[in-house]
Design a protein around this ligand. Structure first.
Ligand code: NA7
Length: 531
């Protein structure tokens, strides 16, 4: 069988894979990206459901590594739509001539470290082997779709589509009876758009959402000009001063405990009008203080009840858990959708789904006949994309076995026993708690420096030391346990996937993490074994 040998193999041509390739090429290393999809874009290639949009401002959700690129690119709206981001990423691929080193429609199925040669052997669905010294998993944190196992699914006469596997040619929903299962970001974005097209939309909700209005709008040219006059400064401030949060507008510098009830309402209303992630920065301690959290949650509860006409439906739509504990959701007319006569809500906590029938969905209480079922059921986040590949390190050890009790690694970058393998925004790094663009650039640049160091110093192998890894995992748990993120069921802890070990996966706190990464390098790659 044909074998292809490279210095570096990168798995995935999303935002991380593209930038990683650009950087590896600049080092003069032979590199190959293997991508399962038919084009670049990763998340933005696959998630084509109606209403799909990023929830971070465009001015921040873009690469910062090339000044001409960031100066020239124009975004029309505050939040970019999926087609716009895909267009941008295609532009990046063309601009830097990246496609010639990307192999599309090819899925990596296995990767094994050969201890004799010190190289990774990578197997793909098309057959044949690739080999490389360095293997970089740019497989995404939120990329392995969660397709729930529901009895009778195969018997359904209509069509079932997961939001992250939406037909590329689109889907005609006009005149259709549609069911949406799931009310995370994808469901909440899709529901208002589907509601306008479908004859009848029935939403099957397992957990209600503390959703806040996105307040999307055309970008203000004066604001953009001001940012572009010092884009580097803007990026630097976002990266460290505001902690790579999902908005450049910093949180207020006070807690709810420090101000009167009247002042709290004023501040919350002001932030509600700003829309988007800045809302969650009304107080500086929403993720650690029960008081600030409750004040914020009570405010949103009142808003939901003010928006939704039917008080029983409003009650069903109101969460009973800490706000910002599940990954925050932004919407454009989500709660308003339930005032439409063609939209109804089914609460799965009280009436769970029992089966999918040929005609639709059966709950413990009723049968709902539909033409299309939309699974907005999310992803096996953070570990799913990695563990779906048969990855074997030293001694044939399977990553799946190593992580049987939850992901263990060092800095979210390397796993002991898996030499020369790097994970971009892996569990144990800030990743999904930050603006992903910022987290990705920081990881790609760290890995680039590391590989450059190895090549320049004739080191063959870099591998996380077991004791550094144990300490790191304990550190991530300690930081997470001090927050309210562990106070509800959320996918940060794998709660959405039956049987997944309950471990908090991302690391809160971007600036201290970056400091730690820099310190590790300054101390000669402390915590790694080089040989
Ligand atoms: P999410 O945020 O994981 O949302 C998935 C939704 O689907 C959520 O409401 C889940 O309820 C629900 N779900 C999952 N499995 C089931 C089953 N078996 N039955 C019923 N309902 C289910 O994924 P999204 O795609 O919306 O968003 C992904 C990311 O995109 C998001 O975090 C942002 O970063 C952008 P649950 O809350 O688990 O009870």
């Amino acid at each position: 069988m044909k074998s292809e040998n490279f210095d570096v193999i990168i798995v995935g041509a999303g935002i991380s894979g593209l930038y990683m390739l650009y950087r590896m090429r600049a080092l003069g290393l032979s590199s190959q990206v293997i991508e399962a999809g038919g084009g670049v874009g990763g998340t933005w290639y696959w998630n084509r459901y109606p209403g799909a949009r990023c929830d971070t401002d465009t001015i921040e959700y873009s690469y910062s590594f090339d000044e001409a690129l960031q100066q020239e690119w124009e975004w029309p709206e505050r939040y970019p739509t999926q087609p716009e981001i895909l267009h941008y990423l295609n532009h990046v691929a063309d601009r830097f001539d990246l496609r010639k080193d990307i192999s599309f429609n090819r899925r990596v199925e296995s990767a094994a470290f050969d201890e004799k040669s010190g190289r990774w052997q990578v197997g793909t669905d098309g057959g044949g082997w690739l080999s490389a010294r360095f293997l970089i998993m740019a497989t995404g944190s939120i990329s392995a779709p969660n397709i729930p196992e529901i009895d009778g699914m195969e018997s359904f006469r209509g069509a079932i589509h997961h939001t992250a596997r939406w037909p590329h040619e689109g889907l005609d929903l006009i005149g259709k009876r549609v069911a949406v299962i799931g009310t995370g970001s994808s469901g909440v974005q899709a529901i208002p758009v589907i509601a306008e097209q479908a004859t009848q939309l029935t939403v099957f909700q397992r957990s209600p959402q503390w959703s806040v209005p996105a307040h999307n709008r055309p970008v203000d040219p004066d604001f953009v000009a001001e940012i572009k006059a010092d884009y580097a400064g803007f990026r630097a401030r976002n990266r460290l001063e505001s902690g790579a949060q999902l908005s450049h507008i910093p949180a207020n510098d006070f807690s709810a405990a420090e101000i009167s009830e009247e002042e709290r309402q004023r501040v919350l209303e002001e932030r509600w009008q700003l829309g988007g992630f800045p809302f969650f920065g009304a107080f500086n301690d929403i993720t650690v203080s029960h008081e600030s959290n409750k004040a914020t949650a009570d405010f949103v509860r009142d808003k939901i009840h003010a928006i939704v006409d039917d008080s029983l439906v409003a009650e069903m739509l109101t969460p009973d858990y800490t706000i910002h504990c599940k990954r925050p959701v932004l919407d454009s007319g989500y709660f308003e959708s339930y005032n439409r006569p063609n939209v109804s809500l089914v609460d799965l906590k009280t009436t769970p789904i029992q089966a999918i029938t040929p005609a639709g969905i059966r709950t413990s209480e009723a049968d709902y006949d539909v033409d299309i079922i939309v699974l907005a059921t999310g992803f096996d986040n953070m570990t799913g994309a990695l563990l779906r590949i048969d990855i074997r390190g030293r001694g044939g050890l399977l990553l799946r076995e190593k992580w049987a009790e939850g992901p263990v690694n060092y800095l979210g970058l390397q796993v002991s026993g898996f030499p020369n393998l790097f994970t971009i925004t892996g569990p144990g790094s800030p990743s999904v708690l930050t603006n992903m663009m910022v987290a990705i650039e920081q990881h790609v640049e760290w890995v680039t420096d590391c590989i450059n160091f190895m090549v320049s110093n004739d080191h063959a192998i870099i591998e996380a030391a077991e004791d550094a890894q144990v300490e790191w995992v304990a550190h991530v748990n300690e930081v997470a346990n001090a927050t309210l993120w562990v106070s509800c069921h959320n996918w940060y802890q794998g709660d959405n996937i039956p049987g997944k070990p309950r471990v908090f996966m991302p690391l809160p706190g971007f600036p201290p993490y970056v400091e730690k990464c820099e310190e590790v390098v300054a101390n000669g790659y402390e915590g790694f074994v080089l040989s």
